[in-house]
Design a binder for this molecule. Structure first.
Ligand SMILES: [Zn+2]
Length: 227
């Protein structure tokens, strides 16, 4: 291989790091690859993340949280803020490993008048004093809409978002030019059933994840879409 064809060492390091993190997520059973999967949206894909399994292994979660904390160690952080139970476990691990010893608070996701909303309990709002430096932590960032709502909320309360740390970020997501650090940055293609290459090849369709979601959720409860 010629010197010109050699990859930038920083890019190689990122690639290796992502492979390790992907392997860790595979070990928790959360990451599925090389499959033909039906998504709740009706589209097909070859990769899938089961969000609820991401933080089931405490030592893995602690390790991944420490990597995120190390990345943001140069920034003073007063508070780590997250939404959702998976992100809360991860944010605890990030805060525990951050040299500023930040506190951990969490918001709640919900729907109001058909619009997605994020709110912060009053007790936590008091802690978001003017100028508080806030690190947002999320497990999976898919559309970025929850994070954008969180950024607005922090700023309304007078706080300042210093960055965003997450386990997995779909690369197409825009997050208002904030510094984002993700352990895995990866977008997997999704296909309409009539143009899906796996359907064309006759690969059996795995409907397990959609079935599981329906089984778990009572029909009267409307859950907001994935973040
Ligand atoms: Zn298909």
């Amino acid at each position: 291989m010629s010197a010109g064809a050699r990859k930038d060492p920083a890019a190689v390091e990122t690639e290796v790091r992502e492979k390790i993190h992907l392997e860790i997520l595979k070990r928790t059973g959360a990451y599925h690859a090389n499959d033909h999967i039906l998504l709740p949206s009706g589209q097909h894909t070859s990769e899938y993340i089961e969000k609820t399994l991401v933080t089931t292994e405490p030592s893995f979660t602690e390790g991944l949280g420490a990597v995120i904390a190390k990345h943001f160690a140069q920034w003073p952080v007063d508070m780590v803020l997250s939404t959702g139970p998976g992100a809360l476990i991860l944010s605890h691990c990030v805060a525990r490993a951050h040299p500023s010893r930040p506190i951990v608070v969490y918001g709640a996701k919900g729907l109001s008048g058909g619009k997605r909303r994020v709110s912060l309990p009053v007790e936590f709002q008091r802690l978001t004093r003017r100028g508080a430096k806030v690190l947002l932590v999320e497990d999976l960032v898919s559309t970025g809409s929850t994070l954008n709502l969180l950024i607005n909320l922090v700023e309304q309360l007078g706080g300042q978002v210093v960055g965003i740390g997450c386990l997995w970020r779909r690369t197409s997501v825009e997050l208002e030019n904030r510094p984002v650090f993700s352990l895995v940055s990866r977008d997997f293609p999704t296909y309409d059933p009539d143009t899906c290459p796996f359907c064309k090849k006759g690969v059996p369709l795995n409907e397990e994840f959609v079935r599981r979601r329906h089984a778990r959720r009572p029909s009267s409860v409307q859950e907001p879409k994935e973040a």
